[in-house]
Design a protein around this ligand. Structure first.
Ligand code: PEP
Ligand code: MN
Length: 341
C-alpha cells in the first residue's frame, strides 16, 4: 500500500504518519516528488485494520498496490528516477555509454581499451574480473588483480568503473575498486546477492536474465531497493527464444514496457543479445530510438584474441563509428551524447 500525502504537506505531518507506521512494525520508504510525498508501506497491513490513517492530517488517500513489486513501480514514484554515479546521471537527458572488454585480460589490453572508449565519448569503463562462464574450464577472470588494473585505467582516463559481481565475497572486494556493480543475467534471481548489493548502497546495473519476465526482473530490482539502495539501473541484454541466428533475442519491447511500469532507468546491452559484431550497431541505434537511457557495449583492442566473447566485441574503430551515429541520434531525439573525438 502507498499513502499519498496532499500537495505541500508539512514535514511534521509526514513524520507523524511515519511514526504511527513504524510503531506498528511496518517498514516505510518515502518518495518526495516535485508536488507530493508518497509513503510506501511494507509489511503485514492487517495491523492497520483499526487505524484510521486517512483521517490523519496531510493524508490525501491510501492506494493499494497490485503489482508484486512496490518500490520499483510507478505507483510509488511516478517521476522517472535519475541514478547519479559520481556526477554522471543515468536516466536524465544525457545518454550514458558504458564500454570496454568482456573481461580484463592484461594491463595493456585494459589501458588501450579505456583510452579508446574514452576518446569516443564513453563515461564508464566496463570489464569483467569475476567471470560467470558456462564452462568451468573457460577463463574465469583475473579477480582482484583485474580490479587493480581497472583502477589503473581509471587513473589514466577518469572513466567511471563498472564490473560484474558474482558472489557476496566479490561484492566485498569489488566495493573497494569500482563505482557501480553489475549483476549478470545468470544472477538476476540470486536473492542473497541482490540483498547484499542492497545493503552496500553502491549503484547497481541489474541485467535481465535470459528467461526472466519483466515482472520477475522488477521484483529482482525490488530486492535491492527493499534494503534501502534505490540506485538501480535495469539492463535488457536479450532473452532466450527459439531463434538461433543471434546469441539471444533482444527484447526491445522491454524498454517501453519498463518505462511504463517502473521509474527506474533502463539501458541496453546489444553485445550479449546479438553475440555477433555485425548486428551491434543496428541494435544499439534501435535501443536508443526505443527510449533506452544508454548502452553497455563490449569493445576490445584486438577482439580476435579475446579470452571471452570474441565474436561480439567491437574494435575501437567500429565503436567510434557507432558513437558518432549515436550523437547524431541524440540531437534528433532531444537527448545529449558527447561524442568526444
Ligand atoms: C558480461 O557483461 O560480460 C556478461 C557476462 O553479461 P550477461 O550477464 O548479460 O551474460
Ligand atoms: Mn561478455
Amino acid at each position: 500500500m502507498i499513502i499519498v500525502m496532499k500537495p505541500g504537506t508539512h514535514e511534521s505531518d509526514i513524520h507523524e504518519v511515519s511514526k504511527v507506521l513504524e510503531s506498528l512494525g511496518l517498514g516505510i520508504h518515502i518518495s518526495k516528488g516535485t508536488e507530493r510525498t508518497i509513503i510506501g508501506v511494507i509489511g503485514d497491513k492487517r495491523v492497520l485494520n483499526d487505524v484510521p490513517l486517512e483521517l490523519m492530517p496531510g493524508v490525501e488517500k491510501l492506494v493499494p498496490i497490485v503489482e508484486s513489486y512496490k518500490l520499483a513501480g510507478k505507483t510509488f514514484k511516478p517521476e522517472p528516477s535519475v541514478v547519479d554515479v559520481k556526477g554522471v546521471k543515468i536516466g536524465g537527458k544525457e545518454l550514458v555509454m558504458m564500454a570496454g572488454p568482456c573481461a580484463v585480460e592484461s594491463r595493456e589490453q585494459i589501458l588501450e581499451a579505456a583510452a579508446a572508449v574514452k576518446k569516443s565519448g564513453a563515461q564508464f569503463l566496463r570489464g569483467g574480473a569475476f567471470k560467470p562462464r558456462t564452462s568451468p574450464y573457460a577463463f574465469q577472470g583475473l579477480e582482484e588483480e583485474g580490479l587493480k588494473l581497472l583502477k589503473e585505467a581509471q587513473e589514466a582516463t577518469g572513466l567511471l568503473l563498472i564490473t560484474e559481481v558474482t558472489s557476496e565475497k566479490a561484492v566485498e572486494i569489488a566495493d573497494r575498486y569500482v563505482d557501480m556493480f553489475q549483476i549478470g543475467a545468470r544472477n538476476v534471481q540470486n536473492f542473497q546477492l541482490l540483498r547484499e548489493i542492497g545493503r552496500s548502497k553502491k549503484p547497481a546495473l541489474l541485467k535481465r536474465g535470459p528467461s526472466t519476465t519483466i515482472d520477475e526482473w522488477l521484483n529482482a530490482a525490488e530486492y535491492i531497493m527493499s534494503e534501502g539502495n534505490y540506485d538501480v539501473v535495469l539492463c535488457e541484454r536479450g532473452i532466450r527464444t527459439f531463434e538461433t541466428a543471434t546469441r539471444n533475442t533482444l527484447d526491445l519491447s522491454a524498454v517501453p514496457v519498463v518505462k511504463n511500469n517502473s521509474h527506474l532507468p533502463i539501458i541496453v546491452d546489444p553485445s550479449h543479445a546479438a553475440g555477433k559484431t555485425q548486428y551491434i550497431s543496428s541494435l544499439s541505434k534501435a535501443a536508443i530510438a526505443a527510449g533506452a537511457d544508454g548502452l553497455i557495449i563490449e569493445v576490445h583492442p584486438n577482439p580476435r584474441c579475446a579470452l571471452s566473447d570474441a565474436a561480439q566485441q567491437l574494435t575501437p574503430e567500429s565503436f567510434d563509428n557507432l558513437c558518432s551515429d549515436i550523437s547524431k541520434m541524440a540531437d534528433i531525439l532531444g537527448r545529449e551524447f558527447r561524442y568526444a573525438r
